[in-house]
Write a protein that binds this ligand. Structure first.
Ligand SMILES: [Zn+2]
Ligand SMILES: [Zn+2]
Length: 604
């Protein structure tokens, strides 16, 4: 761990006896900042502070585990008291009180045997102890509260001031659905007040933009328990939006030299055994039987694409060979982690596999990054890149790893793209690039990925013939630009708060005839627009103009065209651009031509 507090954390904080002493003598010495390492300590310590507060308020409370998560922490516990959102402020108040006291946080260790005895009446701590191999068990004490933990912690509760409890949820003991349900409280914590405040503002904004809420309001998608958890249904508006995105991406793939392919949803288990998925990924897969033989429902699309590559003899002139498929995959996700469209059990990847020579790795990466760039730019996303290198458990020669990693770096360098290194974070079969997009409220989302793979070509013994008529193993590059349609649409929905750019807006134009005599003209324009692939509705109900405009606004439609006597007689439309808050007129022909232009070519 880094030296972030002016002294080594391992030396001083983990060994809290001395850390606390240091702290008491020099109270100004420790300054926590918002670095990853410092936040880890603050959040972890705040989780314990929350446990202390809960124990003070509800004396029968028992605690399971309280880890840190992306933005904060949580603690799983149980008590006979009913804990809901209303109790959060009470607990928070008690936490502040305890922090004010400035109790030292001290550590001592006991043997596992002693720990089992100490917690003999606490079935949750016994569960925790079951999972600990070490014979040395750390106990942290603050005031009269003690908790089992490995640490490290802040040396005093007075450092824990900038936190907020945000959510209460149920959580199965150890994530196991067959075990009892515990209460989980989520909190956030930062080093300073300002950062906490900004984060709370961001969370409020995120709540307004929550894709589940916006998706419901706009009729994009839904979930139905009769169908099953994590299996979205796409409502008409959502299916239109998704259809537009698919169409644009499909076309962009063709322009970039990809060939569309398609494999089956289920493939024999023997094939999944050959690929290693059965052994390494089987827990996430669904299986079925056909006439005695076991089949696996695909969680990835790679295998069919390999078989398609291998369906004929391949020569070096064909490479790089790029196959793409909007592949439907199924993965078993635990019900606790399902979250709207962000985490589902069935989704469609914009998946492609590029078969190339080792010498081509660099140019292929260059091309894919250019593709990523044009798609993300079309949606005004900023993004960052991480290059993940050889993990400890890896296959393939060092020579391959060096070459592939260097090719990735060179391709990015030549494009002038900055990237972070994730040393040891690669897949076991090869290095990869992860693309993380930043949405308009500053949240990061992992979407695209490019993975260089020598493992599967080997396992499936595929080859191409080189200039000398020798069989050579190709490199296989797995890549996705948006990741999956489900996840990307969830992110887009939150990024734009439902105000989708024109080219994917589920309804692009709403025509509002003022009265009965204008309906026919409106329908004529609608037909022309539909022919030109524009999503258009006519609001021809017998309602006031004001009401129709209000309803159109609810659909977050970019353009509203009002049609009255003058428009009909002069063959024009009166337009309202909701987003630019602009009103103007246009001839019907110019209007259609403009919309067609706005609709096309955004990714190319
Ligand atoms: Zn702890
Ligand atoms: Zn793949």
């Amino acid at each position: 761990m880094k030296d972030i507090l002016g002294f080594k954390l391992e030396d001083q904080i983990i060994d809290t006896q001395s850390a606390a002493a240091t702290d008491l003598q020099n109270p100004q010495e420790i300054h926590f900042d918002n670095s990853k390492e410092a936040l880890e300590i603050i959040r972890h310590s705040t989780a314990h502070l929350m446990a202390e507060a809960i124990k003070t308020l509800y004396s029968d409370a028992k605690f399971f585990v309280g880890p840190t998560v992306e933005e904060g922490f949580y603690y799983d516990f149980k008590t006979s008291a009913k804990i809901g959102e209303e109790e959060l402020s009470t607990i928070e108040k008690k936490m502040k009180e305890l922090a004010e006291k400035g109790n030292q946080i001290t550590k001592y260790t006991i043997t596992k045997q002693e720990a089992l005895k100490k917690f003999e009446n606490d079935e949750l701590k016994l569960e925790v102890l079951k999972k600990i191999d070490s014979d040395e068990i750390g106990i942290y004490a603050q005031g009269s509260f003690e908790d089992l933990c490995r640490g490290p912690h802040a040396p005093n509760t007075k450092y824990l001031r900038n936190f907020k409890l945000i959510r209460v949820a149920g959580a199965y003991l150890g994530g196991d659905e067959t075990k009892e349900m515990l209460t989980r409280i989520y909190g956030i914590a930062f080093a300073d007040k300002e950062t906490l405040k900004n984060h709370i503002t961001m969370l409020e904004e995120a709540k307004k933009r929550d894709h589940r809420k916006v998706g419901h309001d706009m009729g994009l998608f839904a979930f139905d328990e009769d169908i099953g958890s994590g299996m979205p249904i796409w409502l008409p508006a959502g299916a239109r939006l998704r259809g537009k995105l698919e169409k644009l991406l499909y076309h962009a793939h063709l322009v970039r030299g990809y060939e569309p392919v398609r494999g089956p949803e289920i493939l024999k288990s023997d094939l999944w055994k050959l690929s290693g998925h059965y052994q390494n990924y089987g827990q996430n897969m669904y299986f079925t039987n056909i006439e005695e033989a076991e089949y696996g429902i695909k969680p990835m699309n790679c295998l069919s694409h390999i078989k398609i590559f291998d369906s004929e003899t391949r020569g070096h002139r064909e490479l790089p060979l790029k196959f793409f498929e909007f592949g439907v995959v199924h993965r078993h996700e635990k019900s606790g982690v399902l979250h709207g469209l962000l985490r589902v059990r069935e989704f469609t990847q914009d998946d492609a596999h590029i078969f190339c020579t080792e010498a081509q790795i660099k140019s292929v990466i260059y091309e894919v990054m250019d593709f990523v760039d044009s798609v993300l730019k079309a949606f005004d996303f900023n993004y960052s890149i991480e290059v993940a290198t050889k993990p400890q458990k890896a296959i393939g020669s060092d020579e391959f790893w060096d070459k592939a990693t260097l090719a990735i770096k060179e391709a990015l360098d030549e494009k002038g793209m900055k990237y972070d290194m994730d040393e040891g974070g690669g897949a076991f079969y090869g290095p990869k690039i992860d693309v993380k997009i930043t949405d308009c409220i500053g949240r990061k989302w992992q979407c695209g990925t490019i993975q260089v793979d020598l493992n599967l070509p080997d396992r499936f013994d595929i080859s191409y013939t080189d200039e000398n008529n020798q069989k050579v193993r190709p490199v296989m590059i797995h890549r996705a630009i948006i990741g999956s349609f489900e996840r990307f649409i969830a992110i887009l929905t939150e990024h734009f708060g439902g105000e989708f750019p024109f080219f994917i807006a589920p309804t692009q134009v709403i025509l509002i005839p003022i009265g009965e005599p204008h309906i026919e003209f409106a329908k004529k324009i609608q037909k022309e627009l539909l022919k030109a692939d524009i999503s258009v509705k006519v609001f021809d109900k017998n309602e006031s103009l004001a009401k129709k405009i209000r309803n159109a606004e609810k659909e977050r439609v970019p353009l509203i065209a009002v049609i009255g006597d003058q428009e009909v007689s002069e063959n024009k439309v009166a337009l309202r651009d909701r987003r630019e808050k602009r009103q103007y007129e246009m001839s019907v022909d110019a209007f259609i031509a403009e919309l067609v232009a706005k609709n096309n070519g955004v990714f190319i």
